[in-house]
Design a protein around this ligand. Structure first.
Ligand code: ATP
Ligand code: MG
Length: 253
């Protein structure tokens, strides 16, 4: 079976700063992988490499069997054109800490926008699907609300619906709940939990240890630009093998 994400020795440098120093990581289709690690360990950078918002400096990174940024023709690798990069990125949904909704569009408008503009769906078809997606994230009654009228948790759920509207094969989440008031975190995690139960492949950077323990198939602990250890939640959270993992968990648990 082709891995959804396969990273081998992935490195990323900014000038003299080596942020990723050889990441090895595999995420299978349908797997939920939670990525943990201290601030500055390279979690966001790795996510950004997966959907090619950053270019890796060295190593191999494949998404669904395809080298990120390259197309194989015969034995040769060719760098992708911007249009091809954009086409591949469409298959990957990304949800950030900040909701980044279009303020001038309603919840429904936000979810419809890309399917109409990018995929060329008819407005009627996109509207129907957007309604179904808003229903799926528990916001059927907020379709006509503008982002400013929604709570942070509601905005983040719209952001998830908007990502799903592109029918992604992979969803990346970068601390999707860390900008939320504590009482709003649960509603977003519930939506993510349901998505995982539906079989979506998910790579999730989070500090929500309860979510990682319950929902993740794999937990990966990163520090200093490398994977220090990975395994089941019981292994990594319950019986960490490395001092760095133990020190981190002692702080967040
Ligand atoms: N565009 C950039 N140019 C230069 N340095 C960068 C750039 N992006 C990130 N860095 C540096 O790379 C390192 C890793 O950053 P990254 O955002 O990936 O960490 P993180 O694990 O996501 O941290 P956090 O938990 O705080 O979000 C940091 O030292 C950061 O300053
Ligand atoms: Mg980050």
């Amino acid at each position: 079976m082709t891995a959804m994400i396969h990273a081998e020795g992935v490195r990323k440098t900014y000038g003299h700063l080596e942020v990723l120093r050889g990441i090895d990581l595999t995420v299978a289709p349908g797997e939920v992988c939670c990525l943990l690690g201290p601030s500055g360990s390279g979690k966001s950078t790795f996510l950004r490499c997966v959907n090619h918002l950053e270019t890796v400096t060295a190593g191999q990174l494949r998404v669904d069997g395809e080298l990120v940024g390259y197309r194989r023709r015969g034995e040769k690798l060719h760098e992708l054109r911007p249009s091809e990069i954009a086409a591949r990125r469409r298959d990957i949904g990304m949800v950030f800490q900040r909701f980044n909704l279009f303020p001038h569009l309603t919840a429904l408008g936000n979810v419809m926008e890309a399917p109409v503009r990018v995929l060329g769906e008819t407005r009627a078809a996109a509207r129907e699907r957007a309604r179904a997606l808003l229903d799926r994230v528990g916001l059927a009654d907020k379709a006509d609300a503008y982002p400013a009228m929604l709570s942070g948790g509601q905005q983040q759920r719209v952001a998830i619906a908007r990502a799903l509207a592109m029918r992604p094969k992979l969803m990346l989440f970068d601390e999707p709940t860390s900008a939320l008031d504590p009482e709003l975190v649960g509603e977003v995690l519930d939506v993510m939990r349901a998505l995982a139960a539906d079989g979506m492949t998910m790579l999730v950077v989070t500090h929500e240890m309860g979510f990682a323990r319950e929902v993740a198939d794999t937990v990966v602990f990163m520090d200093g630009g490398v994977v220090v250890e990975s395994g089941t939640p019981a292994q990594v959270l319950g019986d960490p093998q490395h001092d760095r993992t133990r020190a981190f968990l002692a702080k967040v648990l």
